[in-house]
Design a protein around this ligand. Structure first.
Ligand code: MIG
Length: 676
C-alpha cells in the first residue's frame, strides 16, 4: 500500500484510520501547503475527475462546486447546499496524476473543487491541525481500495436487514404497527422490518417505551418476530431532563453530559423538550450510553437507528434567552424593513445555530475540548457507543445499526441512511450518485428513504425508486409525519409493487454475496462505471448508472412520465426487463448507446458479458429464502467463468471468506471451493 502521512499542527485523534502509517519525511507531494491561509492547494488537469466526499450533494464527479464537511441537519438536499449529515474528507483525483487525499480532522473542512478557479482544488482547514494522508496507486479504483484497507472493515448487518422495511414518522402505537403489517399481508408484499420512530417512546425519552401505546412491549416484539417481522426502534442523541428518569439521573451524577462554558450541563432542546447531550467522546460516558441499549435488547429488539446526532439542536436555552431579549427591543417599534428582516432571521436562525457549538464542551481523552473542534465525531461516537456495547452484550449475534450523522471510521460500527430527502425525482438521481461516493468512504450498508421523506410521494415515484432500492443494502420506505401516506399498500398497482418487492428477495443470494465479498475484501459494492471500465472515456462520465457487484449494471429511470431512458453500455450485456421473478424478458444488447424501454413497473437489470447472477425463488421474508435452490441469470450457457457465491448463517459476528465461498456454474451447482 502506498500511503504517506503528513502531520499538520497537533491533530485531534479520530480513530478513523486503523493501520499504522509512519509519518513521511519531506514535503507533501501534489499539494502546496499554505499554513498562513490554512489552505492546501493543487492543480487539476482539464479532464481530471474528482471522486469522493461520501454523503454530499451533486455528482459522482465532485468537480465544479464547494463542499463543507460539517455534520448538519438540513432536510433540503438541494444542489446549492454545501453540507449534509456526514463528514467524509476523502477525495481521489483521477487524471494524468492519480492520488487520494484523506484529511483526518474532526473540525470543519471546506473543499473547493474547481469552484473558485476551475483548475484548482483548494482545501481549507479551520485550524492548522490535521493528519493528511496521501494515497497513490495506478488507478482511482486501486487508490480507493487502499484507502478502504486503511480505515478498516465495513460494518456487517444481520442478513435479515437485507430484507425490505417499512417506516413512517407518526405510527402512534401497537395498533398502527399491526395495521402496517396487515396492509402488507393483505397484498402478499414481502417485508422484514417495521421501524419505530420517536412516538414509541414515553415522552421521547431514550430507552423507554410508552406503556399505554405498547402495554406489553416484549410480548409484542415476540409476536411480531413470530410473524417474521423485526421491530427497529430509533434512538435520539438528546436525553430528556426529567427527575426520576434513570438515564438523566445517572448522567448527572456521573458527569456524563456535555458541559457549557461555566462547566454546567449544556441545555439544548430537541423532541423531548429540554435535554442534555451525553458526552459520546468521553470513554466512560460512551460505555455507559452504549450499555443502555441493553434495555431494548432485553425486550427482544435486534436493531436500531440513531438519529439527531449531528447533534441537531432546535434551540439552546442560552441563545433562546438572547433572542427573547432582542425581541423585547423590537416590540412597540415601527420597524424599518432591514430591522424586520433582521428580526425574522434572528428567530429563524435559532435552530442548529452555529454559535451554540462554541459553548458546548466535551471531555475527550481527559481534556476539555470545545465541541467546534470535534463536531464531526459526535454521530460517529454515538454509533460507536452502541456498536461497542453490542460486541459485549451480544457477542454471538449481529445487531442492525445505522446512523444519520457520520464520519469516516463510523463505517466499522454501523451503516447510515441518507437522511431527510424529499419526494423529488432528482433525489432519486442523487441517491444513485451518493451511493458510489459513500461506498468509497466505507459506508456500504446504506440507502435513501424510498419514496422520499419530506413532501408528497406519487405512485410512479415510489415504484421507480423501488427499482433502485432493490439494489441498495438498506431498503426502507420512510416518510415524514404530515406527508401523504406512502406505504406500498396505499397505491393502486399492488401487482406491480408485489412484483418489484419480490425481485429484491429473488436477487438476495447475489446481493448478499456481493455485499459480503465487498466488505471482506475492502472492496466496493456499488461502483461508478469508471472503476470497471477505466479505459472507456464515455463510461468515465456516466453519472446515472452504477455497477452493483461484479455482474450487474443498473440504469434506473428517474424522470416522471418517462417510458424508458438512454443507457450507455461499455460492453455487450444481457438486459433483463423484470416485472416479477416469474415475469421478465431478456435480450442481448451490444456495446454503445441504447434507448431502453421501461414501464413504471419494470426494472432494468443489465448483466455483464460472461457473468452470472445467482437468484433464489422469492420469499416473503429473508428467512424464507432457500439458498439450496438457486438458479442463475446472465450468461448461463455461454462460457461463463462461474460465480463466486458467498453465504453464511446470516447472524454470526465472525465472518470470513474461508469456508463460506464457492464457485457455482450457470445451473447454480457448486463447482469447487475457491481461494479467498
Ligand atoms: O426532527 O424522528 O431524519 O428520519 O423520522 C426530525 C423524526 C427528527 C429526523 C429523521 C427522520 C425521523 C424524524 N427525525
Amino acid at each position: 500500500m502506498n500511503v504517506k502521512k503528513y502531520i499538520l499542527g497537533k491533530p485531534i485523534e479520530t480513530e478513523a484510520v486503523v493501520c499504522e502509517v509512519e509519518t513521511a519525511a519531506g514535503s507533501c507531494p501534489y499539494f502546496d501547503m499554505d499554513e498562513e491561509r490554512m489552505e492546501i492547494r493543487c492543480r487539476l488537469g482539464k479532464d481530471d475527475i474528482v471522486y469522493g466526499l461520501g454523503q454530499q450533494v451533486r455528482g459522482i464527479n465532485k468537480r465544479g462546486w464547494k463542499y463543507t464537511s460539517f455534520c448538519s441537519d438540513d432536510p433540503n438536499h438541494t444542489e446549492n447546499k454545501v453540507s449534509l449529515y456526514g463528514a467524509h474528507n476523502f477525495l481521489v483525483v483521477d487524471g494524468e496524476q492519480k492520488f487520494g487525499i484523506f484529511l483526518d480532522t474532526p473540525e470543519k473542512v471546506a473543499f473547493d473543487v474547481g469552484y473558485t478557479w476551475g483548475d484548482v482544488l483548494a482545501i481549507q482547514l479551520f485550524s492548522w491541525n490535521a493528519k493528511c494522508y496521501i494515497i497513490e496507486g495506478e488507478s482511482a479504483y486501486g487508490i480507493v481500495k487502499s484507502f478502504r484497507k486503511m480505515i478498516g472493515q465495513s460494518y456487517i448487518p444481520p442478513k435479515w436487514a437485507f430484507g425490505f422495511g417499512q417506516s413512517r414518522w407518526g405510527y402512534r402505537n401497537q395498533q398502527d404497527i399491526e395495521e402496517v403489517l396487515a396492509g402488507y399481508e393483505e397484498h402478499d408484499f414481502p417485508l422484514d422490518m417495521i421501524y419505530l420512530d420517536i412516538d414509541y417512546m414515553d415522552q421521547y425519552m431514550d430507552f423507554t417505551v410508552d406503556g399505554e401505546k405498547f402495554p406489553d412491549f416484549p410480548k409484542f416484539v415476540e409476536k411480531m418476530k413470530g410473524k417474521g417481522i423485526h421491530l427497529v426502534p430509533i434512538i435520539d442523541a438528546g436525553v430528556k431532563m426529567k427527575e426520576g428518569y434513570d438515564v438523566y439521573e445517572e448522567g448527572i451524577t456521573e458527569g456524563y453530559f456535555c458541559k457549557d462554558e461555566e462547566g454546567k450541563d449544556f441545555v439544548g432542546a430537541v423532541w423531548p423538550g429540554r435535554v442534555h447531550f451525553p458526552d459520546m467522546l468521553n470513554d466512560r460516558a460512551r460505555r455507559w450510553f452504549g450499555e443502555k441499549y441493553k434495555v431494548l435488547l432485553d425486550q427482544g429488539i435486534e436493531g436500531f437507528w440513531n438519529d439527531m446526532n449531528e447533534p441537531a439542536i432546535f434551540y439552546s436555552e442560552k441563545h433562546l434567552g438572547e433572542v427573547f431579549e432582542r425581541l423585547e427591543g423590537y416590540k412597540g417599534q415601527n420597524l424599518d424593513i432591514n430591522s424586520f428582516f433582521e428580526m425574522k432571521g434572528l428567530v429563524q436562525g435559532v435552530s442548529n445555530y452555529g454559535e451554540d457549538y462554541k459553548g458546548f464542551y466535551h471531555n475527550y481523552r481527559g481534556e476539555r475540548v470545545c465541541h467546534e473542534k470535534v463536531h464531526n465525531l459526535y454521530g460517529y461516537y454515538m454509533t460507536r457507543s452502541a456498536g461497542e456495547a453490542f460486541e459485549s452484550l451480544e457477542p454471538d449475534k449481529r445487531i442492525l445499526l445505522f446512523s444519520r450523522a457520520s464520519y469516516i471510521g463510523m463505517h466499522r460500527y454501523g451503516g447510515i441512511w441518507m437522511g431527510d430527502n424529499h419526494s423529488w425525482w432528482f433525489h432519486l438521481l442523487l441517491n444513485i450518485k451518493m451511493l458510489a461516493n459513500l461506498n468509497m468512504c466505507g459506508f456500504l450498508y446504506t440507502g435513501a428513504d424510498l419514496g422520499g421523506f419530506g413532501s408528497d410521494a406519487t405512485e410512479d415515484l415510489l415504484m421507480r425508486w423501488y427499482a433502485l432500492g432493490i439494489f441498495t443494502p438498506l431498503m426502507r420506505n420512510h416518510s415524514a409525519a404530515g406527508t401523504r401516506r406512502q406505504e406500498t399498500y396505499q397505491f393502486a398497482d399492488a401487482e406491480g409493487f408485489r412484483g418489484i418487492l419480490r425481485l429484491r428477495y429473488m436477487l438476495l443470494p447475489y446481493l448478499y454475496s456481493e455485499y459480503m465479498k465487498a466488505v471482506l475484501r475492502d472492496d466496493l459494492y456499488a461502483r461508478p462505471l469508471a472503476f470497471v471500465y477505466p479505459e472507456d472515456e464515455r463510461a468515465k462520465r456516466v453519472e446515472d448508472q452504477l455497477a452493483i457487484g461484479e455482474s450487474i449494471m443498473i440504469a434506473p429511470v428517474y424522470e416522471q412520465n418517462a417510458r424508458g431512458r438512454y443507457v450507455y453500455l461499455p460492453e455487450e450485456m444481457k438486459l433483463y426487463r423484470m416485472r416479477s421473478p416469474e415475469d421478465m424478458d431478456e435480450e442481448i444488447l451490444g456495446k454503445g448507446d441504447h434507448y431502453v424501454r421501461a414501464e413504471v413497473n419494470e426494472v432494468l437489470v443489465f448483466v455483464r458479458k460472461g457473468h452470472l447472477v445467482p437468484v433464489a425463488k422469492a420469499g416473503k421474508r429473508v428467512a424464507d429464502i432457500d439458498m439450496g435452490d438457486l438458479r442463475c441469470l446472465g450468461y448461463v450457457e455461454e462460457g461463463n467463468k462461474g460465480y463466486e457465491l458467498y453465504d453464511d448463517d446470516g447472524y454470526s459476528r465472525i465472518c470470513s471468506l474461508e469456508g463460506h465461498i464457492h464457485v457455482i456454474n450457470g445451473n447454480g451447482e457448486a463447482l469447487r471451493e475457491t481461494d479467498c
